[in-house]
Design a protein around this ligand. Structure first.
Ligand code: GLN
Length: 196
């Protein structure tokens, strides 16, 4: 069975695990860097990216996460998780993990609208997907190998670059597991390639 880890330092961990299980894969809460060796793909959940970064440093995760990416293993960043994956952050000189070729702006839907729900068309996933946005970031710029999967009000809110998947919203907060299912398929494909 495919094993998918959810980085469990902070944020919406349990909902992601339930969503992964609903897609027929095994979900593992990753609390120690050694656990990254046991999994085929990793979800970086929403939460607060600066807090998560502090915990990544505190628990000595950074090099292990970069190694995980360098091995070609799939990573899915949702909301704060997307901020962690991005190579560039608006207003910051350094990225966090910095592996996905996108520029991301934090809290970019304005203070007045802290959270909202929108039906999104997501390429290869759904013509209408209930997306929950909570103090969400968006992708300001995407590199040439990045496939844009969804936009909301002309802003890129979901994208894929090979092994990396990122979105501005929280796909784990509804009963619609299709976007998580898309990631589970990515992980299956990557694992099959590694076995060949
Ligand atoms: N605003 C948060 C940040 O910048 C992200 C919000 C979320 O993950 N729901 O880290």
């Amino acid at each position: 069975m495919i094993k998918i880890g959810v980085l469990a330092l902070q944020g919406a961990v349990r909902e992601h695990m339930q969503s992964v299980e609903a897609c027929g894969a095994e979900a593992i809460a990753v609390k120690h860097k050694e656990e990254l060796k046991e999994i085929d793909g990793l979800i970086l959940p929403g939460g607060e990216s600066t807090t998560m970064r502090r915990l990544i440093d505190k628990y000595d995760f950074m090099d292990a996460l970069k190694e995980f990416a360098a091995e070609g293993k799939p990573m899915f960043g949702t909301c704060a998780g997307l901020i962690l994956l991005a190579k560039n952050l608006v207003g910051y000189s350094e990225p966090h993990i910095g592996v996905m070729d996108v520029t991301v702006e934090r809290n970019s839907f304005g203070r007045q609208v802290d959270s909202f729900e929108a039906d999104l068309a997501i390429r290869d996933v759904a013509s209408e997907f209930p997306a929950v946005f909570i103090r969400a970031p968006h992708i300001v710029e995407a590199g040439e190998n990045v496939e844009i999967l969804a936009k909301h009000n002309d802003r890129i809110v979901a994208a894929r670059e090979g092994q990396f998947l990122g979105c501005s919203f929280h796909p784990e907060l509804t009963e619609d597991h299709r976007f998580t299912g898309y990631f589970v398929e990515m992980v299956k494909e990557a694992k099959q390639k590694q076995l060949v």
